[in-house]
Design a protein around this ligand. Structure first.
Ligand SMILES: [Zn+2]
Length: 453
């Protein structure tokens, strides 16, 4: 088994220990952290290990993104045809549902690769993706899985089932989820996980929801915990999701999802912007996970979820990026500011709560899918470690780290990204990938995608 001894870092363990080890070291065996301590003690204990000197930089666990869309990467800089959207449903119709239909096989691969490169650059080592490519469905999750493996990162994948491409499209989406869930359960690759993707209640008929739940229940229990696969679904992102649900089904979105058996401890409910108290209680009672994407919420002008109310109920709200850059430090900053601005209350969304969502709650979410802890530097956790060349202008402690991140640290400070014990970026140079070639090919493919859009 390969081993690596990281020395001379300002090691922030996070997690339960939540310590700063000033001249710290992390000893890695294979894909796992074996020990965290001082440089002096671990050098004495593991004299033969290959060393990587952190040179006094900050050493943190890799960031985690609880919800993203690799498929959206080609939207950057794209002119959207037709009149500008005036609401969220029009944004979906005029941008995202045109873009996803324009993706062919190579586009699916490169769209993912450019997101994964971006993630390595910004120190994000685990991502939970929600994929759509209606004209390239079957096998699309394998293409994403190959890209993930090639980059050395870790991802949870699913295909978003929807009725907007007819019954054949919905059936193909269901089949793709089932196929990939079976693959993951068979292979048990620690870098890959699967859930059952559903787009959103607004694009899913009762018939398709029933078929999706039946397909998920037909799978053998995963991970030995006896539970069927969890779902990954956008919930009440725009107000139209609620209006449509009440008009068509006389149920609020969360009530309807509960009725079909979609909710539960492995299910990710994304956004949850327009929920009433009753729906929040249902999420708590079912143990459903929620992710928050403030940059996306602001960009789509859909409002913000009552994150404080969800957290107060004990729901572990995690942080995603919904396809924005994989610089999770930016998402943290957005969360910190957006709720203060939205509520007119400077006490809204304290820095330590942002930190808890980004690390603790994202790690909890990932624990439903992956076999070892993430989001902390501790023995037994995945060896996902980043270095940042951030020189704090004021004292830096475990207690005030959240505010250094919110006001000083940026993804651009990341110099080294290590995932599963492999050094993926060293001194800002990617070690496994030809970044220039990937970007060149992506730019070439983007021309075709934009034309089809
Ligand atoms: Zn999303």
């Amino acid at each position: 088994m390969s081993s690596l001894l990281i020395t001379h870092g300002q090691v922030f363990t996070l997690g339960r220990r939540n310590e700063l080890i000033a001249d710290g070291a992390v000893y890695v065996e294979g894909d796992t952290i074996a020990e965290v301590g001082t440089t002096a003690s671990l050098v004495a204990k593991y004299p033969a290990a290959e060393r990587l000197d952190a040179g006094g930089k900050l050493v943190l666990p890799g960031s985690i993104c609880g919800h993203t869309h690799f498929y959206g990467a080609f939207a950057r800089g794209m002119a959207i045809p037709g009149a500008p959207a005036t609401n969220f449903v029009e944004i979906l119709e005029r941008l995202w549902w045109k873009l996803d239909r324009a993706l062919l096989w190579d586009d699916v691969r490169y769209s993912a690769l450019i997101c994964l490169v971006d993630a390595i650059r910004h120190g994000c080592t685990t991502l939970i993706d929600h994929h759509a490519s209606p004209n390239a469905i079957e096998g699309s999750l394998d293409i994403l899985a190959d890209a993930v493996k090639e980059t050395g990162l870790r991802a949870g994948l699913c295909y978003e089932v929807t009725d907007r491409n007819g019954m054949d499209g919905a059936r193909a989406g269901i089949a793709e989820n089932v196929r990939f869930l079976k693959r993951c359960r068979k292979e048990r690759d620690p870098q890959l996980a699967a859930s059952f993707g559903l787009h959103a209640a607004i694009t899913l008929s009762d018939k398709t929801l029933t078929a999706s739940v039946a397909a998920a229940e037909s799978l053998p229990p995963g991970g030995g915990d006896g539970r069927v696969a969890g779902f990954h679904i956008h919930v009440a992102e725009g107000i139209a999701d609620q209006e449509e649900s009440l008009r068509k089904y006389n149920l609020r979105v969360v009530e309807r999802l509960q009725k079909f058996g979609i909710l539960g401890p492995k299910t990710l409910a994304i956004h949850c912007v327009h929920l009433d108290a009753f729906e929040k209680d249902i999420l708590r009672e079912t143990g459903t996970l929620v992710t928050h994407q403030p940059r996306s919420n602001m960009n789509n002008a859909v409002g913000l979820p009552d994150v404080a109310g969800l957290l107060k109920r004990g729901i572990p709200v995690a942080l995603g990026n919904d396809g924005f850059s994989n610089n999770m430090f930016d998402e943290m900053k957005a969360a910190y500011l957006a709720h203060k601005h939205n509520t007119g209350n400077p006490q809204a969304m304290p820095g330590d709560v942002v930190m808890q969502m980004a690390y603790g709650n994202n790690a909890y979410l990932c624990r439903q899918f992956f076999p070892k802890p993430l989001g902390e530097l501790s023995a037994g956790a995945f060896a996902d470690i980043i270095f940042l060349d951030y020189a704090p202008p004021t004292p830096l402690t475990p207690g005030n780290l959240p505010w250094h991140i919110l006001f000083g640290v940026d993804g651009a400070h990341v110099t080294h990204t290590i995932a599963s014990g492999k050094v993926l970026m060293k001194d800002r140079q990617l070690t496994l990938l030809d970044e220039a070639a990937i970007m060149a090919k992506a730019r070439e493919l983007a021309v075709g995608v934009w034309k089809r859009v």
